[in-house]
Design a protein around this ligand. Structure first.
Ligand code: ADP
Length: 362
């Protein structure tokens, strides 16, 4: 597929595309082929400049099996880390103005979540993902504002695995959100998990050091980093405390950067024991996240934060004045078609509107 070419027929589809609505921004990113498959085997037929995406069901005639979707933005496989970051930079910067922001990467294992959030293994600066860029950027801008605003930037890193929250900046500390009071009104800012290690960022070198420390702790106890990252949610939280030098007024806000566990469905008949338990925890927490985002998009009176540790930890950054952005990651391989569709359905449900209309000749 030539991603920049619009077929006349596709133009017709675009006219029927439904717009995403609600508070949440949804950015779709299609990863490139990495194992040498031919591009004509892609399930992604078209990526438009205005957020259009057309996906083809490989087992049906093209006309019947097409669905069109519309996002705030769709990134083609050729997009760079710098391009992606430049689009979300204003959102990141708004944290310094007092907004709570939450950025997620959602998708099946292998769809590029970690690539988007962290970057590839051993990334050079050019390949850095959102986490490094955001932390660096917040530090840089806070320095620029030094004469009028005094900022303190601190970082927490946590992992949620089997509904247990683990502190990644110290070794093997599990956190009990109930005894820690994150759910109580005595934690009015709500943004920090009170007893997770919080470390200051005093310069760009600290950024690398902290990220490395978190990654090393995350991989512990697993045979490979990939295995771990596909089964646990990782949360980097950047806390910003600012004081207006003239007026003395202060603010506290946070940026949550979340690399979610792989969303792939696990066949219950094929797994048992630990793997089944992991899969159930992952399903439950991703469903809880979808419920919260969907309730927020529909401006529901009751937002069901308490159904998972993930939504409890992120509560203050979801809803109210907080801004939410979700990267919907797609693997374009034909064999991933059904997972790709379920990823798109999650995006659809979370945003509270129907994203893609079924296409048929009948
Ligand atoms: P996930 O975190 O969803 O399991 P990864 O981020 O590990 O997926 O991506 C799977 C593989 O694809 C990795 O080898 C990664 O480097 C590669 N990859 C993902 N997205 C891109 C991209 N945009 N450009 C180049 N390689 C990518």
């Amino acid at each position: 597929a030539n991603y920049s070419v619009v077929l006349a027929e596709n133009r017709k589809l675009h006219n029927e595309v439904q717009e995403l609505k609600g508070n949440i921004r949804v950015y779709c990113r299609v990863r490139p082929f990495i194992r040498g498959q031919k591009e004509k085997q892609s399930v992604v037929e078209y990526i438009g400049e205005n957020g259009e995406l057309i996906v083809v069901n490989p087992s049906k005639q093209a006309k019947e099996g097409r669905r069109s979707f519309k996002f705030n933005t769709v990134y083609s496989p050729a997009s760079t880390q710098a391009q992606v970051y430049s689009d979300i930079q204003p959102l990141v910067q708004s944290v310094l103005d007092g907004y709570n922001v939450c950025i997620f990467a959602y998708g099946q294992t292998g769809s590029g979540k970690t690539y988007t959030m962290t970057g590839p293994d051993g990334a050079s600066e050019e390949d850095w993902g959102v986490n490094y860029r955001a932390l660096n950027d917040l530090f840089r801008i806070s320095q620029m504002r030094e004469s009028t605003f005094k900022y303190e930037i601190k970082v927490q890193m946590m992992e949620i695995y089997n509904e247990q929250v683990r502190d990644l900046l110290s070794s093997d500390v599990f956190l009990d959100l109930h005894t820690l009071g994150i759910l109580s009104t005595s934690n009015p800012n709500g943004v920090a998990v009170p007893e997770a290690t919080m470390l200051p960022v005093n310069g760009p070198a600290d950024v690398l050091h902290l990220m490395d420390m978190g990654l090393r702790n995350r991989a512990k106890g697993f045979t490979s980093m990939n295995e771990r990252s596909s089964r646990s949610h990782s949360i980097v939280t950047i806390h910003v405390q600012g004081k207006d030098i003239k007026s003395g007024s202060s603010m506290h806000s946070s940026l949550h950067l979340v690399d979610l566990a792989g969303s792939e469905r696990v066949d219950r008949s094929e797994v048992t024991g630990d793997r089944l338990k992991e899969a159930q925890h992952i399903n439950k927490s991703l469903a809880a996240l979808g419920d919260v985002i969907s309730a927020l998009a529909q401006k529901g009176a009751h937002i069901p934060y308490r159904n998972s540790k993930l939504t409890q930890v992120l509560q203050a950054s979801l809803g109210g004045q907080a801004k939410t952005l979700m990267f919907v990651q797609l693997n374009p391989e034909v064999t991933s078609y059904s997972e790709t569709m379920s990823t798109l359905k999650f995006a659809e449900r979370a945003s509270g509107v129907e994203l893609g209309a079924a296409r048929s000749n009948k």
